[in-house]
Design a protein around this ligand. Structure first.
Ligand code: ZN
Length: 193
């Protein structure tokens, strides 16, 4: 469970997400070699769509699709799916043992992963102008999508070239869609998503 907690004195909020401690801590420094990783075992490359949750938005040839349990969209340009260790949930657990005078609420919101290329090891700086334009359109349309789902007022996008000890190397983003404006300390803390 997670919660959105207000600062005692300031009009700032942060996310407390204990479940995030359960995720694999498998990300390493970007400077390490890419050569030791094989795209054959990568869960996020094109062709490995069955290894992730169902994609809620798949961008392909200028159109937006979505996976179904019966069919995963292949040959995509960008692919979005829910984070399996979310900081926020559209159906959050109720708070337990809330402290007196502490303003907090269940961690309602969304936490999404955006795979920015189906190609293993591809970096943002290698993107063509067309790919960058396409990616900006993904950010725009995903934000519009969540802003229409009620109570979402703030989007926290985190972009990074991720390198995993286990499998994934590539360009991806994670976005949290929140009902509150987060504090600067939360934004800084989320660099370790
Ligand atoms: Zn890959």
């Amino acid at each position: 469970m997670s919660e959105i907690r207000k600062h005692y004195f300031l009009f700032e909020y942060c996310i407390i997400a204990e479940e995030r401690t359960k995720r694999p801590s498998d990300f390493v420094d970007e400077a390490e070699s890419l050569a030791k990783h094989s795209p054959v075992s990568c869960s996020f490359c094109g062709g490995a769509e069955e290894d992730t949750p169902l994609a809620t938005a798949v961008y392909k040839n200028g159109k937006i699709f979505a996976d179904t349990p019966e069919k995963r969209i292949l040959n995509w340009d960008f692919r979005c799916f829910p984070n399996i260790y979310p900081v926020l949930s559209p159906v959050p657990d109720p708070l337990e043992n809330q402290e007196i005078d502490l303003h907090s609420e269940p961690g309602y919101g969304f936490h999404e992963v955006i795979i920015e290329s189906p190609l293993h090891g591809r970096r943002l700086e290698d993107f063509s102008d067309l790919e960058i334009t396409g990616l900006m359109n993904v950010y725009r349309t995903r934000t519009c999508n969540y802003m229409t789902q009620g109570r979402i007022l703030y989007v926290l996008p985190i972009h990074k070239f991720w390198e995993s000890r286990r499998s994934f190397n590539g360009s991806l983003s994670q976005s949290a869609y929140c009902p509150s404006i987060l504090s600067s300390s939360t934004r800084k803390g989320n660099e370790s998503y």
